[in-house]
Design a protein around this ligand. Structure first.
Ligand SMILES: Cc1cc2nc3c(=O)[nH]c(=O)nc-3n(C[C@H](O)[C@H](O)[C@H](O)COP(=O)(O)OP(=O)(O)OC[C@H]3O[C@@H](n4cnc5c(N)ncnc54)[C@H](O)[C@@H]3O)c2cc1C
Length: 458
């Protein structure tokens, strides 16, 4: 039993902050919130930044660890928590803060789901360019904390480009903000950018403001096929240097094809199932790009892309929805798969992908890859071929071989692999210099080490 469960006074102190109706300590219900083998003793759902601050101060005072959860879709990232007495659930922090359609700015609480944000913006034919999986569950706070990247990043930039303000509460219980409500902000130290991608280790994000975009009038997607990675990369270079300005530009490896189409035979991830062989006609590398604009714009893409296959309407939507589900499809079909997120300058793409393919062969795995060919943000899945689960050493070797194929300013972290293997290697791949800098920031914002303890750094 954890410290929090043993001490009933904690429950009444939290009830005084958030109200008893917003606390759960019922064990069967909390089983749903298992984070890589650690189950919190109390779920607490604050309704305001001030309540978040009071909860965190209470946790710091009692030296209890706090795990933060939005839609719970990405809790497998990072090391398993060392402890988690409280699960701080953000679902009550979901109110609209401001929406000015004329100014194209929008602010909302961190617990709002991406789908609910999309529904509000679509009334003015506007949108947030984030086409990630599980929009019905993924929250604004979770998207910011994980620095979610999706195919539309090619045309609209990353979250760091269109998030214009963040509200947060540090691990020490201090309410703060970075940026603001307007696109032009004079900022000192950019706390907003620090929060994006901090995986809930520095602060609880309580709300955010964004620059939003007019919805595209019409789109078409073109899929071009190549006999080799080198040819695909050369075509990518041609597109990037041309006058074409696609809003998506995605590279898809031959093996990835199996995981982006709905599969008639969902496999039981607890049992070994060999991956299906790649059909002879699916040995091609592919580049998929989405054009948006007038009939004349689309006609130009058609002319310049020659024999690329054109997808529109439902077929186009289904194609991109399949791509969004790639990670989930790999994870549900292969329990022992390792998924890595690679971030690198686009010029290093072909070398990094060839390195990943090579690492897979060395470790008796198949390699399935896709990602932003123009922005250098890639997902690499290594799928074991053996009936026996790979050893921790095999995962470690594969991860370091993949990192070794990156340019010096690239990085790669493990999004998912069996928990037992995580104890034996560094899932984040940070350098000692990165680590000491990040530790200093962590100490400045969460001196008691209470936030997402053990998931990253400490
Ligand atoms: C199948 C699948 C495919 C995906 N594909 C991609 C992809 O291609 N590219 C990509 O970038 N992402 C991808 N994602 C990640 C996706 O964007 C995340 O699932 C989503 O951003 C997490 O939102 P959530 O509310 O579920 O967060 P949770 O899963 O609840 O939390 C995720 C992390 O953020 C922290 N956190 C959550 N809310 C807050 C908050 N308010 N303040 C501080 N920390 C917080 C948590 O502690 C945790 O460390 C994928 C996810 C899944 C499940």
């Amino acid at each position: 039993m954890s410290a929090a469960a043993a001490d009933t006074s904690v429950f009444s102190e939290l009830a005084a902050i958030v109200g008893e109706a917003h606390l759960i300590e019922d064990v069967p219900t909390l089983l749903r919130y298992d984070i890589q083998g650690t189950q919190p003793a109390i779920r607490v759902s604050p309704g305001s930044a001030e309540e978040v601050a009071a909860v965190l101060r209470k946790a710091a005072e009692r030296r209890l660890a706090v795990a933060i959860a939005g839609g719970f879709t990405q809790q497998q990232v990072g090391d398993p928590p060392e402890r988690a007495e409280f699960l701080l659930d953000t679902s009550r922090l979901s109110a609209l803060i401001h929406y000015d359609p004329g100014d194209l700015t929008f602010g909302v609480g961190a617990g709002a789901t991406l789908a609910s944000v999309a529904a509000q913006l679509t009334q003015h034919h506007q949108f947030l360019p984030l086409d990630v999986a599980f929009a019905e569950r993924a929250t604004i706070g979770g998207l910011l904390a994980t620095n979610a990247s999706a195919p539309l990043r090619h045309g609209y930039g990353s979250l760091r480009d269109f998030c214009i303000g963040i509200h947060f509460v540090t691990g020490d219980g201090v309410v703060g903000k970075g940026g603001g409500r307007v696109v032009k902000n004079v900022a000192g130290f950019d706390l907003m950018k620090l929060m994006i991608g901090s995986f809930g280790t520095l602060a609880v994000i309580t709300g955010a403001s964004f620059k939003v975009f007019p919805g595209p009038r019409q789109t078409a997607t073109y899929v071009a096929r190549f006999a080799s990675l080198t040819e695909a990369a050369a075509f990518r270079d041609r597109i990037v240097r041309s006058a074409l300005t696609p809003i998506r530009l995605e590279i898809i490896s031959p093996r990835a094809t199996e995981y982006i189409v709905p599969h008639g035979d969902p496999r039981d991830p607890d049992h070994y199932h060999p991956p299906a062989p790649v059909p002879a006609h699916e040995t091609a590398w592919r580049l998929a790009l989405t054009a948006s604009g007038s009939d004349a714009v689309l006609a130009r893409y058609r002319r310049e892309l020659g024999d690329a296959r054109e997808l529109t309407g439902r077929e186009e939507d289904e194609f991109w929805s399949g791509l969004r589900d790639f990670h989930a499809n790999v994870a549900t079909r292969h329990r022992n798969a390792m998924l890595m997120q690679l971030n690198l300058p686009p010029a290093g793409l072909a070398h990094a992908l060839a390195g990943a393919e090579h690492a897979a062969v060395e470790q008796n795995c198949l390699c399935a890859t896709l990602g932003r060919a123009g922005a250098g943000s890639l997902l690499v899945a290594l799928i074991p071929l053996s009936v026996d689960p790979p050893s921790a050493m095999q995962y470690a070797n594969a991860a370091s071989a993949i990192r070794a194929a990156l340019p010096h300013d690239g990085s790669a972290y493990v999004l998912q692999c069996p928990i037992e293997a995580k104890e034996h290697f560094d899932v984040w791949g940070s350098t000692p210099t990165d680590r000491s800098m990040m530790l200093a920031v962590k100490r400045a914002m969460d001196a008691g080490d209470i936030l997402n303890r053990g998931r990253f750094l400490v």
